[in-house]
Write a protein that binds this ligand. Structure first.
Ligand code: SF4
Ligand code: SF4
Length: 209
């Protein structure tokens, strides 16, 4: 069946609390910012209920135009804005359809992920992006009590950005965590990255999938 011919979902019924939450989130948008022709989050992220393989377009997306079911799109889509939309400090070069990746914060601000368009898998390595990711990583490992995390995802392949190196942890399964731990060495603090089964040990900094 042609995915475009699938039935259009009905508009979600929202509670007063959800309406208030959407109003709060819309209030975070930097004045003058709009998605315009960008639709990249509809490719690199999956919406609960409309899951699609990471890196492939949502079946309702009209790439470069917008959401094909805008009026009835699910609640999750209505409340999701990328960092470019809500962070004043990110200039026009960070707009996802130009950068070729989408910055999203998660884990209550403890994780910042660059979700990369698989059509441009090295986009995050270009200037000015890579040096900024490195600078943010340097700040992230100084956070207490838990280190924060800067990472890159290409489809479901994860790369942890640290101040001194990048660590490819690969695919993180649903029952796994990535942990960060600081270890004192003669050369100073070294951050160790490990992928572990969830619940196997306490950790000083951890990131769910
Ligand atoms: S990635 Fe950001 S700018 Fe692009 S469509 Fe999504 S929210 Fe809008
Ligand atoms: S339903 Fe619309 S807004 Fe949501 S991911 Fe699909 S195309 Fe994007």
């Amino acid at each position: 069946m042609n995915p475009r011919m699938q039935p259009v979902p009905e508009a979600p019924e929202m509670t007063a609390a959800q309406e208030a939450e959407l109003a709060r989130i819309r209030g975070m948008i930097v004045p003058g910012r709009a998605c315009g022709t960008c639709t990249l989050c509809c490719k690199v992220l999956s919406v609960p209920g409309y899951e699609h393989p990471p890196g492939e377009w949502c079946r309702f997306c009209l790439p470069g135009k917008g959401c094909g079911i805008y009026q009835t799109r699910p609640y999750t889509c209505r409340g999701h804005y990328c960092e470019w939309m809500i962070s004043k400090g990110l200039g026009p070069e960070w707009k996802p359809d130009k950068a070729k990746f989408v910055l999203f914060g998660s884990n209550a601000g403890r994780r910042l992920t660059a979700h990369v368009d698989p059509g441009y898998p090295s986009a995050w390595r270009r200037s000015p992006y890579y040096e900024n990711l490195k600078a943010w990583a340097a700040q992230a490992v100084q956070k207490t009590p838990e280190m924060h995390l800067i990472d890159v995802m290409i489809r479901d392949y994860t790369i942890i950005i640290l101040p001194d190196r990048d660590v490819e942890v690969g695919v993180v399964a649903a029952d796994e965590l990535v942990t960060l731990d600081k270890r004192m060495t003669a050369a100073g603090n070294v951050v160790e990255v490990r992928k572990i089964k969830a619940g196997t040990q306490p950790h000083s900094g951890a990131v769910d999938k």
